[in-house]
Design a protein around this ligand. Structure first.
Ligand SMILES: [Fe+2]
Length: 257
């Protein structure tokens, strides 16, 4: 097992790397694909580097699978729903893209299995599976961009059509979340989703120039008693609250009389 977590600053889209990044969102599918391609590649290379050295990259693989599950699988579903319905590409070309998506889902399943059933893979097998998935993703993105572009027109990104921007991954997955960078109801929903994914004992600090208590109320409603909250800073703004996911309570066991 790898002793150290991946270098966050080396991963584009990581919380550290995004600290000074602009909040702009990809407008075209090609730009959106570039964000995905770069983020997956950086995480995959961390996995392959350790695996090819013969060590099991537990932390790196967890981060890669987290990104694949949250961002790449969502992209696949959004493309089929938001883009393919109105695409002018031929039916057989769209069918080929859907088959690509199915293959990508299987490749992601394989890495997810590696992350959750460690004994089923050697580091060498993990390196091969990761490289294969990278090649699959790259080939698919190229084919999709070519087939969905009609007569030189730029294909809109799924984010432009209402999907959650992939740029928000870095803004929500770290230990500090700035609500001001995640605008509107969609931003609040993205933060709530992240809080609902916290592991027991994990905590994050949420900062905001406006009162974040509505977010806390939604979280408490979604999981009553499941979270603790401490106010780190209130007026004057910015507000800062620390939220922690409580460990599950031990089941009550009847004591012998
Ligand atoms: Fe796709």
């Amino acid at each position: 097992m790898s002793d150290s977590p991946p270098d966050a600053t080396a991963i584009p889209g990581s919380p550290v790397a995004m600290a000074t990044a602009p909040a702009e969102v990809a407008a075209s599918l090609a730009e959106e694909h570039a964000v995905l391609r770069q983020a997956v590649q950086a995480r995959a290379e961390e996995v392959v580097r350790s695996a090819e050295a013969g060590t099991w990259p537990a932390a790196e693989l967890t981060e890669l699978v987290n990104y694949l599950q949250l961002e790449v699988l969502r992209q696949i579903a959004d493309e089929e729903w938001l883009l393919f319905r109105n695409a002018r590409a031929a039916a057989d070309e769209l069918a080929a893209l859907r088959r690509d998506h199915l293959e990508l889902r299987l490749g992601i399943d394989r890495l997810t299995e590696a992350a959750t059933a460690r004994a089923a893979f050697t580091p060498a097998q993990l390196a091969v599976a990761t490289r294969d998935l990278l090649d699959q993703i790259d080939a698919h993105l190229r084919a999709e961009e070519a087939q969905l572009s009609a007569a030189g027109e730029e294909t809109a990104s799924t984010a432009k059509l209402g999907s959650q921007p992939h740029e928000w991954y870095a803004l929500t997955e770290g230990s500090n979340i700035d609500l001001d960078q995640l605008p509107g109801p969609a931003g609040a929903d993205a933060v709530l989703d992240r809080l609902l994914r916290l592991r027991p004992g994990e905590h994050v600090v949420v900062s905001s120039s406006t009162d974040p208590s509505p977010l806390w109320r939604r979280l408490s409603y979604a999981n009553p008693g499941g979270y603790g909250m401490a106010s780190v800073r209130s007026a004057p703004p910015p507000w800062e609250i620390e939220i922690v996911k409580r460990p599950p309570q031990a089941p009550l066991v009847a004591q012998p009389g």
